[in-house]
Design a protein around this ligand. Structure first.
Ligand SMILES: Cc1cc2nc3c(=O)[nH]c(=O)nc-3n(C[C@H](O)[C@H](O)[C@H](O)COP(=O)(O)OP(=O)(O)OC[C@H]3O[C@@H](n4cnc5c(N)ncnc54)[C@H](O)[C@@H]3O)c2cc1C
Length: 225
């Protein structure tokens, strides 16, 4: 409601476990359905986060149940999981809006690529597949990464293939690579910034910082630049 009142071009991002997935799939679906229906009324879009690998099947099932009635819902896929190309195939008939990320959880080597180089390569391949898929979904796909080299490779591919910048958004976390966010937006890209909202913003932000020891320095530096 505040997004509507303030006329913000903002979307909502939620983790299914915050909406009861650990208690029951039906409960979570009911909560998500109510949220997505209300978001449609106020003209906004809901993106479903992807959590650790034990949640992937259940999260994709939620998405499969929601998407046919609700064009204003998207789901996140993680490039580090071996299964993701197959998941993308399975979702394709739904004309899904995907937020593609590398993946943030500590996954075992039989589930996810342990090496960054492999994750980056898989990310690029998946991004290219998303950009090639037609018809395009109502809300463009989002590339959620701070990896500016990877972003450059994706943009170069899009340009070379005649894919318009309106076919995708770039997404980063608030406070990380702020100068690049401005630069990319000025270059004509849709740049969406993820910010935590509500009383639990502090633990959420601390977890993001803890993901990378270098983060504390990044944040301190960005406060003064
Ligand atoms: C909008 C958005 C939504 C996300 N949603 C999910 C989700 O639903 N599920 C999920 O598993 N993961 C999610 N993630 C996290 C994602 O999976 C990665 O863990 C995270 O983005 C770091 O990887 P990277 O792609 O930025 O590349 P990396 O290769 O890790 O980083 C590239 C470069 O970016 C900079 N950088 C990256 N991360 C940080 C940081 N935290 N602080 C400071 N500098 C940094 C560094 O310079 C680094 O060298 C999301 C990320 C974004 C941006």
């Amino acid at each position: 409601n505040r997004i509507q009142a303030l006329k913000l071009p903002a979307h909502i991002s939620v983790k299914p476990t915050q909406l009861g997935l650990d208690l029951s799939q039906d409960l979570c679906l009911a909560q998500l359905t109510a949220l997505v229906a209300h978001a449609a009324k106020v003209g906004t879009f809901v993106s479903i986060d992807m959590e650790g690998s034990p949640y992937v099947d259940r999260t994709l099932e939620l998405y499969r149940r929601l998407r046919p009635q609700h064009p204003n819902v998207g789901v996140c896929l993680q490039a580090y999981l071996y299964r993701t190309p197959d998941d993308l195939d399975g979702l394709s008939p739904l004309q899904p809006t995907i937020r593609l990320v590398k993946g943030a959880y500590n996954e075992p080597a039989n589930v996810a690529f342990p090496k960054k180089r492999d994750v980056d390569q898989r990310y690029l391949e998946l991004a290219q597949r998303l950009l090639a898929a037609t018809p395009r979904p109502p809300q463009p796909h989002g590339f959620g990464t701070h990896d500016v080299n990877l972003i450059e490779r994706i943009c170069t591919h899009a340009r070379a293939s005649g894919i318009p910048t309106s076919a995708f958004e770039l997404q980063m976390l608030f406070g990380i690579r702020g100068a690049d966010q401005v630069r990319l937006a000025q270059a004509g890209h849709a740049m969406r910034v993820l910010i935590s909202y509500g009383s639990y913003w502090f633990p959420w932000y601390m977890r993001r910082l803890a993901e990378r020891p270098a983060n504390v320095w990044f944040v301190v530096r960005s406060m003064f630049s």
